[in-house]
Design a protein around this ligand. Structure first.
Ligand code: 3HC
Length: 336
C-alpha cells in the first residue's frame, strides 16, 4: 500500500526514501505493540535491526560465557576428591557445554553464523562473563562457583525465560533447570566441608568465598545508571529486571544461605536495612570490573588461548564431519 502511494511521488531514489520510512515506521509501531502486548517474537517475524543486533550481542556473549565457563571447573575434574564429586562435576561441565550450544543455535536463528561468533571470541572482539577470568585455586573454589556464580547466573537468567525473543526464551527454560542443579551441588559440597570437614577444609571454604564474592556481585553488570544497553533492552522485553535489582536479590538470598553454611561474606558494610527491606552492601570496585572486561583480569589470556587451542585441535573433526556430509549428499544424489 505504501509502495503504491509513494509511486505517485516520482521515480528517483530520494523520492522513494519516505516510502521506506513510512513502511518502516508502520512495521516498528506494529512490533512495539506486539512487545507491549507481551507477545513473543519468532525468528521469521519482522524485527528492527537494532533489536536483532542487541539479541545477537547478548546471546552470543551468553553462549561464550557458558563455553569459557567450562574451563575454570574443567580444570578440577581430574582432581575431584571422590568418585561422586567427579561424576557431578563432569555432568555440570558437560551441561555448560550444552548450554553454549543451545545459545549459539538461538543466535544463529537471527542470521549470524557460529563461525562468525567464534571468530569474534577468539580474536578478543566478543565479550564473555567477567567471572570466568578468575582462577580456581582449590577444590573449595568449585563449590563456591556452584553456589555463588551459578546462583548469580540463575538470578539473572530466570527472567530471560520470559525474554521477548522466543528461541532465546525457550533455550533458557532448560538451561535454568540445569543451573538450579549446579547451584545446589555447589552449596551442598561447601556445606559438607563446613559441617564434616577439618579446620583446614573449613578455612579453604572461607578463603574461596572471600575470593569469589565480589566478582560474583559484579557479574550482574554495571550499575543501572551506567548501563548503556539496559533502557532499550528493558523496553523490548529482552531484559525483564535491571542489573541493580538482580544484584540486590542475589545479595539478599546469599546472606541467608551464608548463615546456613556458616561462612562470612567479605563485606563489613553488609547489613539489613529495615526501611528498604533489603541488605545494604559495600562499594563495588568497578575499576576491577572494567579492567577484567578490557582483557586484563588474572586469567583472560589463558582462557582465550585455551579456546583457540581447542578450536585448532578440533579442525580435523570439523573437516571429517564435512567430508562425511558431502559423501552422504553425493550418495543421496546418486540414489535419487
Ligand atoms: N562480564 C562481561 N561483560 C559484561 C558484564 C560481565 N559480567 N556485565 C556487563 N557487561 C558488558 C555488557 O556486555 C556491555 O558490553 P557491550 O555493550 O560491549 O556488549 C557492557 O558491559 C555494558 O553493560 P550493560 O549492562 O549495558 O549490558 P547488558 O544490558 O547486555 O547487560 C548482562 C549485561 C546483564 C550480562 C546481560 O547481557 C545478560 O543478562 N546476559 C545474559 C546472561 C549472561 O550472559 N550471563 C553470563 C554468565 S553465564 C554463566 O555464568 C554460565 C553459568 O553456567 C554459570
Amino acid at each position: 500500500m505504501y509502495t503504491q502511494a509513494m509511486d505517485t511521488l516520482g521515480k528517483d531514489a530520494e523520492d522513494r526514501k519516505p516510502v521506506r520510512s513510512a513502511e518502516q515506521a508502520m512495521l516498528e509501531a506494529r512490533f512495539d505493540a506486539r512487545i507491549d502486548d507481551g507477545a513473543f517474537i519468532e525468528a521469521k517475524d519482522w524485527m528492527p535491526d537494532h533489536y536483532r543486533k542487541t539479541l545477537v550481542r547478548q546471546i552470543s556473549q551468553h553462549a561464550h560465557s557458558e563455553i569459557v565457563g567450562m574451563l575454570p571447573e574443567g580444570n578440577w575434574i581430574s582432581r575431584a576428591p571422590t568418585l561422586k564429586r567427579k561424576a557431578i562435576l563432569l555432568a555440570k561441565v558437560q551441561d555448560e557445554g550444552g548450554h553454549g550450544l543451545y545459545l549459539y543455535a538461538a543466535a544463529e536463528t537471527l542470521g549470524t553464523s557460529r563461525d562468525e561468533m567464534l571468530y569474534a571470541l577468539h580474536t578478543g572482539k566478543a565479550k564473555y562473563s567477567s567471572i570466568f577470568n578468575y582462577p580456581t585455586l582449590t577444590w573449595a573454589d568449585v563449590g563456591a562457583i556452584g553456589w555463588l556464580v551459578d546462583g548469580a547466573a540463575i538470578m539473572n537468567q530466570v527472567p530471560i525465560c520470559r525474554c521477548s525473543y522466543a528461541p532465546y526464551a525457550r533455550a533458557m527454560v532448560r538451561i535454568c533447570r540445569e543451573e538450579s542443579f549446579h547451584q545446589r551441588q555447589g552449596f551442598e559440597s561447601l556445606l559438607t566441608m563446613m559441617q564434616h570437614g577439618t579446620e583446614a577444609q573449613k578455612a579453604m571454604v572461607q578463603d574461596a568465598v572471600d575470593r569469589w564474592w565480589w566478582p560474583s556481585v559484579m557479574m550482574f553488570g554495571p550499575p543501572d545508571d551506567q548501563s548503556p544497553n539496559s533502557a532499550q533492552s528493558m523496553r523490548w522485553g529482552i531484559k525483564r529486571i535491571s542489573n541493580d535489582e538482580l544484584r540486590q536479590k542475589f545479595v539478599d538470598a546469599a546472606v541467608e544461605q551464608a548463615k546456613v553454611l556458616g561462612v562470612t561474606l567479605p563485606d563489613p558494610d553488609l547489613k539489613w536495612n529495615e526501611e528498604r527491606q533489603h541488605h545494604d552492601f559495600g562499594a563495588i570496585d568497578w575499576d576491577e570490573f572494567w579492567n577484567v572486561i578490557a582483557g586484563n583480569g588474572p586469567c583472560n589470556r589463558e582462557r582465550i588461548a585455551a579456546r583457540v587451542k581447542a578450536w585448532d585441535d578440533g579442525a580435523w573433526v570439523r573437516e571429517a564431519a564435512l567430508a562425511h556430509a558431502e559423501k552422504q549428499q553425493q550418495r543421496f544424489k546418486e540414489a535419487a
